[in-house]
Design a protein around this ligand. Structure first.
Ligand SMILES: Cc1cc2nc3c(=O)[nH]c(=O)nc-3n(C[C@H](O)[C@H](O)[C@H](O)COP(=O)(O)OP(=O)(O)OC[C@H]3O[C@@H](n4cnc5c(N)ncnc54)[C@H](O)[C@@H]3O)c2cc1C
Length: 314
């Protein structure tokens, strides 16, 4: 089977690898390389966040968790298991079903720093996306698959070259599929050099005051923002200052001076992830896989396996 995968973010590369391992002759076409797309802005914690619908998200997330735990045994993948805490000033709502897989422990009152009132501790994979995306690309190279720079005006542009098209174009679905259900969720992060921290933290003081600290091999990602509908990818200096202020209140060791690296990404929000098979007017099958919101890394492996299952049925 000749499969053309559109998109070289985490969803496209993972789907391409799954298909290549399954014996397909895979090509990847993408307007932007992995290091330029939102996938490389994500910190990324394994956490289903800003994504729907729960009944489909949960099995994709749990399958990805299983495989990320295995990948964490190999340091070259950029995946590591890391302990951390989630702190809040309001009681947590009902635990989502995937939480059971994490062995969550509620913090005792004396373990919860002021002004927070609740806290829970658990261990999740951190997927250091620049390292992980490069690892995926190397795995693909082992199957002779490279990323071809090309912007499609329509999926039909590649129908003559493909027995199957896999559409992992993220936010690009607004133009490529005229999908009105897709919208950007802008996020800014600040990356500072490592300062000896090896646990992550999520914290929320109000709907406007929240953030996270995520240690990686050579830096620490500080976040962040979550602005529905905002389009720009240019960092905002005021937001940078605000992120540094909020995170410094949680860990005074955080370096406040340069060097630091600031990045903005547009999460591909959608009313629900689109993962389904359809056919172009020519009859060419297309598996759509986009709209993963704030959880594309978290869901990538489970979704790629479903892409492969749909592909086998074509
Ligand atoms: C600040 C921030 C923090 C985040 N943290 C996390 C986290 O902790 N955990 C987590 O799981 N997720 C996190 N995310 C979300 C995650 O980054 C996204 O869900 C994920 O990267 C989406 O991947 P994707 O492959 O669908 O899209 P993208 O990475 O955007 O890739 C889309 C690809 O499609 C290509 N494309 C688009 N249109 C066309 C076209 N017409 N022709 C050819 N190619 C096209 C693009 O060039 C690109 O290669 C975070 C995001 C941000 C911004």
């Amino acid at each position: 089977m000749r499969a053309v995968v559109v998109g070289a973010g985490v969803v496209g590369l993972t789907s391409a690898l799954e298909l290549a391992r399954d014996g397909a002759r895979v090509r990847i076409v993408a307007s932007e390389r992995p290091e330029r797309v939102v996938s490389s802005v994500a910190a990324a914690l394994w956490l289903p966040y800003e994504v729907e619908p729960e009944e489909r998200v949960t099995p994709w997330a749990l399958r990805s968790l299983e495989v990320f735990r295995e990948l964490a045994q190999d340091a070259t993948t950029g995946v590591a298991l890391c302990a951390g805490v989630d702190l809040d000033v309001d009681a947590f709502g009902a635990s989502p079903p995937w939480m059971r897989a994490l062995g969550v422990r509620d913090l005792r009152a004396e373990e919860i720093p002021a002004p927070f009132t609740v806290g829970r501790a658990f261990t999740v994979p951190i997927i250091e996306t620049p390292v992980y995306l490069a690892w995926l690309e190397r795995e693909l190279a082992g199957f002779g698959v490279a990323i071809e720079p090309r912007t499609l005006a329509a999926l039909a542009d590649v129908e003559a070259e493909a027995d199957l098209i896999v559409n992992c174009c993220g936010l690009g679905a607004r133009e490529l599929c005229s999908d009105d259900a897709v919208f950007p969720i802008q996020g800014q992060v600040v990356r500072v050099p490592s300062f000896g921290r090896d646990t992550w933290e999520l914290f929320r003081l109000s709907d406007a005051e929240f953030g996270y600290i995520v240690p990686r091999s050579n830096d620490v990602v500080l976040g962040g923002t979550n602005v529905r509908g905002a389009e720009g990818r240019t960092p905002d200096a005021n937001v940078t200052r605000d992120i540094l202020r909020r995170c410094a209140a949680r860990d005074e060791r955080i370096p406040q001076e340069e060097p630091r690296d600031v990045a903005v990404g547009l999460r591909p929000g959608r009313t629900g992830v689109r993962l389904e098979l359809e056919h172009l007017a020519s009859g060419t099958p297309v598996v759509h896989c986009y709209g993963h919101g704030g959880a594309g890394v978290t869901l990538s492996i489970g979704c790629a396996e479903e892409v492969r299952t749909l592909a086998r049925g074509t």
